[in-house]
Design a protein around this ligand. Sequence first.
Ligand SMILES: *[C@@H]1O[C@H](CO)[C@@H](O)[C@H](O)[C@H]1NC(C)=O
Ligand SMILES: *[C@@H]1O[C@H](CO)[C@@H](O)[C@H](O)[C@H]1NC(C)=O
Ligand SMILES: *[C@@H]1O[C@H](CO)[C@@H](O)[C@H](O)[C@H]1NC(C)=O
Ligand SMILES: *[C@@H]1O[C@H](CO)[C@@H](O)[C@H](O)[C@H]1NC(C)=O
Ligand SMILES: *[C@@H]1O[C@H](CO)[C@@H](O)[C@H](O)[C@H]1NC(C)=O
Ligand SMILES: *[C@@H]1O[C@H](CO)[C@@H](O)[C@H](O)[C@H]1NC(C)=O
Ligand SMILES: *[C@@H]1O[C@H](CO)[C@@H](O)[C@H](O)[C@H]1NC(C)=O
Ligand SMILES: *[C@@H]1O[C@H](CO)[C@@H](O)[C@H](O)[C@H]1NC(C)=O
Ligand SMILES: *[C@@H]1O[C@H](CO)[C@@H](O)[C@H](O)[C@H]1NC(C)=O
Ligand SMILES: *[C@@H]1O[C@H](CO)[C@@H](O)[C@H](O)[C@H]1NC(C)=O
Ligand SMILES: *[C@@H]1O[C@H](CO)[C@@H](O)[C@H](O)[C@H]1NC(C)=O
Ligand SMILES: *[C@@H]1O[C@H](CO)[C@@H](O)[C@H](O)[C@H]1NC(C)=O
Length: 803
Amino acid sequence: MTMKVTTATAHFLLVFLASTISHSVICSALGNETDQLSSLLEFKNAMSLDPEQSLISWNSSNHLCSWEGVSCSSKNPPRVTAIDLSHQGLVGRISPSLGNLTFLRNLSLATNRFTGQIPASLGRLRRLRSLYLSNNTLQGTIPSFANCSELRALFLDGNELAGGLPGAGDLPVGIEALVLSSNRLAGTIPPSLGNVTTLRKIACMNNGVGGGIPGELAALRGMEVLAVDGNRLSGGFPVAVMNMSGLAVLGLSTNGFTGELPSGIGGFLPKLRQLTIGGNFFQGNIPSSLANASNLFKLGMSDNNFTGVVPASIGKLAKLTLLNLEMNQLHARSKQEWEFMDNLANCTELQVLSLEKNQMEGQVPSSLGNISVQLQYLYLGLNRLSGSFPSGIANLPNLIILALDDNWFTGSVPQWLGGLKTLQSLTVSYNNFTGCENLQHIELDHNNLSGGIPPSFGKLISLKFLNLSHNKLTGSIPMLLGDLQLLEQIDLSFNHLRGEVPTKAQRLNIVVDVSDALAYLHHNHQGPIIHCDLKPSNILLDDSMTAHVGDFGLARFKIDSKTSLGNSVSTSSFAINGTIGYVAPECAIGGQVSTAADVYSFGVVLLEIFIRKRPTDDMFKDGLSIAKYADINIPDRLLQIVDPQLVQELSLNQEDPVATDENAAHCLLSVLNIGLCCTKSSPNERISMQEGSMLLDMEQRVLMEEIVTLLPVERAVATTRFVLGLLRTDMILHTGVACRDALEMRASKQLKEATHEDLLTPTPATLWRRSMTWTAWSGCWSSSSSQFTNSSVYVHRSVSPQI
Ligand SMILES: *[C@@H]1O[C@H](CO)[C@@H](O)[C@H](O)[C@H]1NC(C)=O
Ligand SMILES: *[C@@H]1O[C@H](CO)[C@@H](O)[C@H](O)[C@H]1NC(C)=O
Ligand SMILES: *[C@@H]1O[C@H](CO)[C@@H](O)[C@H](O)[C@H]1NC(C)=O
Ligand SMILES: *[C@@H]1O[C@H](CO)[C@@H](O)[C@H](O)[C@H]1NC(C)=O
Ligand SMILES: *[C@@H]1O[C@H](CO)[C@@H](O)[C@H](O)[C@H]1NC(C)=O
Ligand SMILES: *[C@@H]1O[C@H](CO)[C@@H](O)[C@H](O)[C@H]1NC(C)=O
Ligand SMILES: *[C@@H]1O[C@H](CO)[C@@H](O)[C@H](O)[C@H]1NC(C)=O
Ligand SMILES: *[C@@H]1O[C@H](CO)[C@@H](O)[C@H](O)[C@H]1NC(C)=O
Ligand SMILES: *[C@@H]1O[C@H](CO)[C@@H](O)[C@H](O)[C@H]1NC(C)=O
Ligand SMILES: *[C@@H]1O[C@H](CO)[C@@H](O)[C@H](O)[C@H]1NC(C)=O
Ligand SMILES: *[C@@H]1O[C@H](CO)[C@@H](O)[C@H](O)[C@H]1NC(C)=O
Ligand SMILES: *[C@@H]1O[C@H](CO)[C@@H](O)[C@H](O)[C@H]1NC(C)=O
């Protein structure tokens, strides 16, 4: 018996086998079969972990053809024709010995943890038809498969492969599918691929491939899928694509393509089913010829520079399920320009519609209500929509996400919204609901300032995210919201909720709008929180103060000298009186007011929240401020001064320091330290915004979020609103710019790393903006504070559920 053994183990096993297995098996174990056996045993031997014991059957008591994942031909002697060991959790290297299984046709090792290189010996498998090595951690370059003349499908996606794409010289004539997505491939697309005319699918998403799409690819007439999303490709719209008349999927998103789309695109690509070109620099109009691609079901054109109107012909796309046009410069100003909305009623399969961040104007046509009842995701935010809350939405009973933020809607939030039983996320922040930006509006409109949160919101049983911030909502927060079991995040900040309507009395009762944190803090207090006596002549200041106190308990003391109020000393001292305790020392003595004063006030609020003592508390007198109080007690008497309820909720035990959760204490200390840094008596000693330093760095945020996770739900909600307030506040204080930029960068990086499905989801391009505040929440989902990035991704996914 001739044996080729390369390792001692295989040798041992073979000897073992030879001496123990039945005679009949030995008789058939000639030549090739011995090779097969040793190849497979080599393969098994190269495994360092087999958590599911997938290879336990690979032993001498069974013929190799009955080993798990191994298939043989029925001929005699039987030949190994397929190995399928995908999804087994296997850890190890791919043994080059597989290259000796000359009859192998199918090899799938996808979704394991194979490391190392793809053995070049696989390139010897002349009969190989399909090779699936997807979703491992393979490294190195892609070997040549030129001699695998039967190879049709090569799936190497989801690894860490580097180097360039294989060209014609490394691929067999006849290959149909080349899937290389999500690796670390670089270089350019080889023009020689144009010679591999059997190609039907090229997927190379999420790599670092640059250059353009070579014109030579025009020869690939049989192409059905060309997906190169998430690379560094550039140049104009690839004309080669226009020759691929059978193309069903074209993915160019998140690259650097420029120029206009060919006006006849829809005519050239009549079979197109998916077109994703978001995240490029395309400009010009959306070609109305797209309507000729009547099979289109996903159309993603977000985050480009498209101008003009949405073609009315879009209604011809009867199979459309996703239409994402967000982040362009599309406009709709007249009934005619809004015609597309009427025609969308024809798209009876539509599930996702985003027009977010364009220049849509005026009242949303009521034909919105004729859109398919299938619609689940509707994004109209960041436009210039006005008028009342779009009534058509009442006809969309299956909505899951509704985003109307950053528009100019007025009126009240309708009661019928409560009927949207599937709604998980509602964002109506930054509108002008019953709104007014200045005094004139207050005077004109104050009778309309009656909009509250409809009690019907208590019926939104699926609701997870509610953002009604930055409106002018009044009234009390419906207690029923507390019954919503799934609610994870609620942001009602920057409203007049829990407040009272200003009236034009001589004496004017102004209930200063407060941050949610303060609202919570004073939840049990009856009456106004900060109650000021205003003179009519002071009302303008009051308005600005209201706005700013609403922006987090901070009065806007810095009065721009260019405004009519510029030198109004009396009003400013009035303001100071009204919010005593929050005011920086330099303000109180009439000194130069700077943004550092805001920092001080911010710090006071921070301390207030965690110490749960108002800065106006009786105990703070004779030079003892809340800041000083904190300063002298921290860190030594930390647990004695923080809110006892919080201490209890955090299970911090003062008597038994051993039982103290160090992490929680550390969190508290971090937060309170920030408060102390903000409330230094000298403006110069406070955290400097000029230097662009962030008020709370990422780590500190995460720490604070950790505190939130430790809190019981009710309190977590309130505290979280506070965290959100922090994010906002530091934006207001300019420090947030750096933070926002960082988040934006992070988000766009994640975009690059996102999977194709992610790229097809409606919101990735605007992810950062929507999730910016939500990122503050990420700690709540993340068990580990060090996983900020990952948890942001999680947020992203949760914001944009797969469809
Ligand atoms: C397997 O056996 C066949 C003949 O039985 C021979 O042609 C072929 O070269 C052998 N292959 C290997 C790898 O030994
Ligand atoms: C595989 O075949 C090569 C020759 O092609 C030989 O050198 C090697 O020992 C074989 N490996 C095994 C495990 O049989
Ligand atoms: C050999 O494989 C069988 C299953 O086919 C398994 O039950 C048995 O435990 C294995 N023997 C060893 C020694 O692993
Ligand atoms: C090999 O894969 C092809 C398609 O990829 C499939 O049709 C065929 O059934 C597979 N053969 C085996 C033996 O698994
Ligand atoms: C690889 O992973 C992706 C994402 O998880 C999945 O969609 C794909 O089906 C996997 N591929 C294989 C061949 O298992
Ligand atoms: C392909 O086969 C030819 C002829 O047997 C050989 O010269 C060449 O080295 C092989 N290429 C690879 C990449 O194995
Ligand atoms: C395609 O193949 C032909 C013939 O082998 C060759 O002349 C040509 O240069 C190849 N084209 C590319 C782009 O590699
Ligand atoms: C692409 O199509 C155009 C006209 O539709 C034709 O002139 C050109 O030859 C085609 N290119 C290739 C490489 O087939
Ligand atoms: C987008 O288009 C506008 C108007 O055509 C132009 O001013 C602007 O430079 C373009 N921006 C980019 C990034 O191409
Ligand atoms: C609506 O669809 C029908 C057929 O599906 C088509 O004939 C008609 O032109 C479409 N209407 C609009 C306004 O696109
Ligand atoms: C809504 O707010 C925007 C931005 O502040 C403003 O320009 C617009 O005039 C307002 N619209 C209405 C109807 O109040
Ligand atoms: C502010 O308070 C001081 C002292 O309490 C008082 O004299 C002054 O009149 C107050 N200013 C206003 C505008 O109410």
